[in-house]
Design a protein around this ligand. Structure first.
Ligand SMILES: Nc1ncnc2c1ncn2[C@@H]1O[C@H](COP(=O)(O)OP(=O)(O)OP(=O)(O)O)[C@@H](O)[C@H]1O
Ligand SMILES: [Mg+2]
Length: 259
C-alpha cells in the first residue's frame, strides 16, 4: 500500500505552539444531529501561513436556559442518538456513571454524549496513524475538535452520494475502499457509521469522516457486526454504481487479515 502523501500531514505550525496563531470562523458548513461544523481559518499573526480547518463542535448537553446554545454560537438544538451499542465494552470512570449508562437514564445519556468529542479526536488520530485517508487532526477544543478541511477556498468537498463519479472514478474508489477498510481493521478500528454520507470525494480520493461512534473491532462485543454493517452499506452503494462486489467475501477477507 502506498504511504501517506507527505503533503497530507498537519503542518507543525498549526499545532506546535511555536508561532502565535489566530483563528477566524468563516462560516457554518453544516448542522447535524449532535454537532455543527464550522469552517475556520487559522493563520500566523504575521499573516504568512494560513490553513483552512473544520471545527466540529458538539452541542453541550448540560444547557438549561433557552438561548444558551445560540449564545455559544450554535444554530440548532441537540437531539440524542441512542448510542449504548457503541459504548458497550468501554469502562466508565465511576460506577454511578456505569449504572446510569446501562439503564440509559437521562444522566446516563449525558455521560455518553459528553464523551463524543474526545472520543472522535482520539479515533481520528488512530485512523490517521493507521494510514487511512482521513482529515488530519489538529486539536481538541473542549466541545469538539479542529481538523483539516477537505476542500479549498471554493468550498468543502462533496459527499460521495453527491459527487457524480465517472465509471473510472467509481472503480478507483472501490479499490480505495478495500484499502481503507484494511488499514482500519488492521489497526483494530471499526468506523461503525460508514456510509456514502460519511465519505467525502476530493481530488480523486475518498476521505472518511465522522468517527465519534467508532469501536474497537476486538474488544467491543458488537465489533464484528458493526464492521459487517459498514462493509454491506458501502458495497451496496458500489453495487448500485455497477461494481461487482461481494460484501461477504470482503468482510471475510478483512477479518482474516486483521486476525
Ligand atoms: N473535515 C471536513 N472537511 C470537509 N467537510 C466536512 C469535514 N467534516 C465534516 N464535513 C461536512 O460536515 C458534514 C457533517 O459532518 P459529520 O458527518 O462529521 O457530522 P454529523 O454530526 O454526523 O452530521 P450528520 O448528522 O449530518 O451526519 C459532513 O457531511 C460534511 O459535509
Ligand atoms: Mg455524518
Amino acid at each position: 500500500m502506498p504511504e501517506h502523501d507527505p503533503g497530507h500531514a498537519a503542518p507543525a505550525w498549526l499545532h506546535d505552539g511555536t508561532l502565535p496563531v489566530e483563528d477566524e470562523v468563516l462560516g457554518l458548513l453544516k448542522t447535524g444531529k449532535e454537532a455543527e461544523v464550522f469552517i475556520v481559518e487559522r493563520r500566523t499573526l504575521d499573516g504568512r501561513r494560513r490553513a483552512l480547518l473544520v471545527h466540529k463542535r458538539y452541542r453541550p448537553t448540560k444547557v438549561k436556559a433557552k438561548g444558551e446554545l445560540e449564545a455559544l454560537g450554535f444554530a440548532k438544538a441537540r437531539t440524542f442518538a441512542n448510542d449504548h451499542v457503541y459504548h458497550e465494552g468501554r469502562r466508565y470512570r465511576r460506577s454511578r456513571e456505569q449504572r446510569a449508562v446501562e439503564r440509559m437514564t437521562d444522566y446516563g445519556k449525558r455521560v455518553l454524549a459528553d464523551r463524543w468529542p474526545g472520543q472522535e479526536l482520539e479515533t481520528l488520530e488512530r485512523a490517521f496513524a493507521a494510514g487511512a485517508t482521513v482529515p488530519y487532526p489538529v486539536a481538541f477544543t473542549g466541545d469538539g475538535m479542529l481538523m483539516q478541511l477537505i476542500g479549498d477556498e471554493t468550498g468543502a468537498a462533496p459527499r460521495l452520494v453527491n459527487a457524480r463519479l465517472s465509471p473510472a472514478d467509481v472503480a478507483a474508489a472501490y479499490d480505495q475502499l478495500l484499502d481503507e477498510l484494511a488499514r482500519l481493521t488492521r489497526a483494530g478500528l471499526v468506523h461503525a457509521d460508514l456510509s456514502p454520507f460519511n465519505v467525502l470525494w476530493w481530488e480523486g480520493r475518498m476521505w472518511l469522516i465522522d468517527f465519534p461512534q467508532a469501536v474497537d473491532l476486538f474488544t467491543n462485543p458488537h465489533g464484528f457486526d458493526l464492521l459487517h454493517h459498514d462493509v454491506t452499506t458501502m458495497c451496496t452503494w458500489f453495487a448500485r454504481q455497477g461494481v461487482a462486489t461481494d460484501p461477504e467475501e470482503v468482510f471475510a477477507s478483512l477479518l482474516a487479515d486483521a486476525w
